[in-house]
Design a protein around this ligand. Structure first.
Ligand code: DO4
Ligand code: MG
Length: 285
């Protein structure tokens, strides 16, 4: 089952359940007004399945704006979880190359803060490339939706926009390479209740278009992630509480070739087979 945040008019965010024929069922009459009403439930999927759908308003998707699927959740990201990411990072950097090599094999994963909820870019709105960066790329990533107990309750699509020249110059510049205006896009759907084993069969595809022509496409499989979801979530919740839950990006396995950098007005499309499509134009910030 797939849910989303949507609004019919500005400032009236509600939760929708994906239904047939590109329509949404408005969950507000069933008492679900926020994501947390579902995500924090002891049995999230059971709660959704027990709702009588007949009485719920049905709204065509074309009549709503889909919002980013976050309310007060912090967004975090894991890094160097795919072999492809480790290799690309070792090539882009000089003295910090061994750090990537080591973290790939270490017990403790790389985890970094990515975004406040209110800064997350929804599908359809522009993501940013830094004006002081020369080498900017999207990172298409499966994102775990975690409740306050650290349980994976769903999955969404994430774009961990990155400035590779800034990251490669010095590891200590990672926050500047990763956290800036428009650097995190999520959504629009949260897929609920899929077991990890099934999610590991999903494909992640990245397509980049420039003036209506494809300039890059690549894909990977969620199954290539080196660490389990439980392991990543477990480290995030060590010595740390998230009263509103959190979203955790799981790292990238698709890296455009070294000569490629994003340009303003490019369109980035990220598709994950079990979830849907996240699409954003690019803007210089
Ligand atoms: O250490 C740099 C960031 C790694 C990352 O974002 C990824 O592998 O996806
Ligand atoms: Mg990443």
């Amino acid at each position: 089952m797939k849910i989303c945040r949507f609004e019919e008019k500005p400032g009236d965010a509600r939760i929708g359940l994906a239904a047939q024929d590109s329509t949404l069922l408005d969950l507000a009459p069933a008492g679900i007004r926020q994501l947390r009403d579902l995500l924090e439930a002891p049995d999230c999927l059971g709660k959704l399945q027990s709702i009588n759908q007949d009485g719920l308003p049905r709204i065509p998707e074309s009549k709503v704006r889909l919002l980013a699927p976050v309310e007060q959740q912090e967004v975090w990201a894991a890094g160097v979880t795919y072999l492809r990411s480790k290799k690309a990072r070792m090539e882009e950097s000089d003295f910090s190359a061994t750090a990537y090599d080591r973290v790939y094999d270490a017990e403790r994963p790389e985890l970094f803060f990515k975004s406040l909820a209110e800064k997350v870019v929804p599908s359809g709105s522009p993501v940013g490339i830094r004006r002081d960066a020369k080498w900017s790329v999207p990172e298409p990533e499966l994102a775990l939706v975690l409740n306050s107990r650290g349980k994976v309750v769903g999955y969404t699509i994430g774009n961990d926009m990155s400035s590779r020249d800034i990251e490669g110059e010095n590891l200590l510049y990672l926050p500047q390479a990763k956290i800036y205006q428009g650097s995190c896009a999520l959504g629009p759907w949260i897929q609920l209740g899929t077991p990890e084993a099934a999610a590991r069969g999903w494909e992640i595809r990245l397509d980049i278009h420039r003036r209506a022509r494809s300039v890059f496409s690549g894909e990977t499989s969620v199954g290539q992630i080196k660490r389990s979801f439980e392991e990543l979530a477990g480290f995030l919740f060590r010595s740390q509480t998230f009263p509103n839950g959190a979203v955790l990006l799981t790292g990238t396995g698709v890296v455009p070739p070294d000569g490629f950098t994003l340009q303003e007005h490019d369109i980035i499309q990220i598709e994950i087979s079990g979830i849907g499509l996240l699409s954003n134009p690019v803007m210089v910030v």
